[in-house]
Design a protein around this ligand. Structure first.
Ligand SMILES: Cc1ncc(COP(=O)(O)O)c(C=O)c1O
Length: 401
């Protein structure tokens, strides 16, 4: 088990909110002091642009920015030039889709699923409308999972792109992505992996997975908001047209033509998210210092403990009892989640109510919305107990009506 007390001491938010029960890491994680400190260091002591300045401060800022890229590359087992800094998962996935809009044509097929976050499905929905490529959904099994067999049933010679989530932000299921990538490659399709919920919880090795593209967000893995990563295979990135044009991404500019730098810089037009990248690098080091084995064991234990207690409360429906990650999606029967959420809020229990930017799976569950609790390294059994007490209070309160 992790020493949660010691971990919490490293998250200043608990100094200001000692009663906080934070169960919304699925939306955004808390930030450790080391991350806040490096961001502060950049703004206090450097604060200048990268790649441009011909003076010491700029060289130093550039070194820190590019060192963060090296850290991310190591984290994913990728090459330095395969790491593009973006605004987040949404921006990364849109980047790939916008670029593939120039490549796809009518008759091509794009496979996705009803488990996707909107940022994984909507860019491809738009590409499909614009190019005439067909959007094809993997049928989910009775639990709402993507299986290899179901994937095979929709994979065809026309499949050009597969856009799937690694871990669902509503169900918490882990997609059998390695098998799917291998099958997709047999048809010559590229696979775009949404790893926004996977990156905080498991070791991702893009080389072992043989993923073509993979995206995640800094703010979900203890880093700052406004920074994210797009991993792409070098030869694919260098074949893709940039989708934004401006400073720092260009090689030669003539009156009526221009050439682009190689990846990653061709996709980083304009002043980049310098402090965000530096903060993300530090967040990754922090996570690595704890280790995914311990993170997984801790989150799994809390998840199981909470789930058993939750299932024992009459009037509660849990939609993902077999989830492998620390995500519990549930409802208080006959009560709208936003009403139930007010009880949690009164008790300083932060969780999420709504469709979690994943309307398709919420509709698949035949719900208008759901409640979602997510666990991470700074949660303990006392958090789980306060959460369960709040659930009981919500049931009692709403049963009175
Ligand atoms: C599975 C999944 N994909 C994509 C996203 C989008 O991430 P961001 O809002 O950081 O771009 C999220 C965020 O909730 C997510 O959970």
């Amino acid at each position: 088990m992790l020493d949660v007390k010691k971990i919490r001491q490293q998250f200043p938010i608990y100094d200001f909110n000692p009663d906080l029960v934070y169960l919304d890491t699925g939306a955004s994680s808390l930030k450790p002091k080391v991350v806040i400190d490096v961001v502060d260091h950049y703004y206090s002591k450097l604060g200048v642009n990268v790649h441009r300045g011909v003076y010491g401060l700029s060289y130093e800022a550039t070194d820190l920015y590019e060192a963060a890229r090296t850290t991310v590359a190591r984290f994913l087992n990728a090459k330095f030039e395969e790491i593009v800094f973006t605004r987040g998962t949404t921006a990364s996935l849109n980047l790939v889709a916008s670029s593939y809009q120039n490549i796809l044509q009518a008759g091509d097929e794009i496979i996705t699923s009803e488990l996707e976050h909107h940022s994984s499905v909507l860019p491809w929905l738009q590409v499909s409308k614009k190019t005439g490529a067909k959007l094809v959904y993997v049928p989910l099994n009775e639990e709402g999972r993507i299986t290899v067999e179901a994937f095979q049933s929709v994979l065809t010679d026309q499949t050009k792109v597969v856009a799937l989530t690694y871990v669902s932000n509503v169900m918490g299921y882990i997609t059998p992505i390695k098998e799917i990538i291998d099958l997709a490659h047999q048809k010559g399709a590229v696979v775009v992996v949404d790893a926004a919920q996977a990156a905080p919880h498991m070791k991702i090795d893009v080389t072992a997975l043989n993923a073509d593209f993979l995206a995640f967000s800094g703010h979900k893995i203890l880093g700052p908001t406004g920074i994210g990563v797009l991993y792409g295979k070098k030869h694919l990135l260098n074949k893709m047209e940039p989708v934004e044009f401006g400073g720092d991404m260009v090689d030669q500019v003539e009156l009526y033509d221009a050439t682009w730098k190689d990846a990653p810089y061709r996709f980083e037009a304009g002043t980049p998210i310098i402090s965000g990248a530096i903060g993300l690098g530090k967040a990754i080091e922090f996570i690595e210092s704890i280790g995914f084995d311990d993170i997984h064991a801790h989150v799994h234990a809390l998840h199981q403990y909470t789930l058993e207690k939750l299932k024992a409360i009459p009037g509660i429906t849990v939609f993902n009892p077999t989830s492998e990650t620390g995500i519990i999606t549930f409802n208080v029967d006959f009560v709208h989640p936003h009403d139930a959420a007010s009880i949690f809020d009164q008790n300083k229990v932060c969780l999420r109510a709504g469709h979690h930017c994943a309307q398709l799976i919420t509709k698949w569950l035949k719900q208008l919305a759901t409640l979602r609790a997510t666990f991470y390294i700074y949660n303990d059994y006392a958090d789980a107990d306060r959460f369960i007490e709040s659930v009981k209070e919500a049931v009692r309160f709403f049963q009175a009506f």
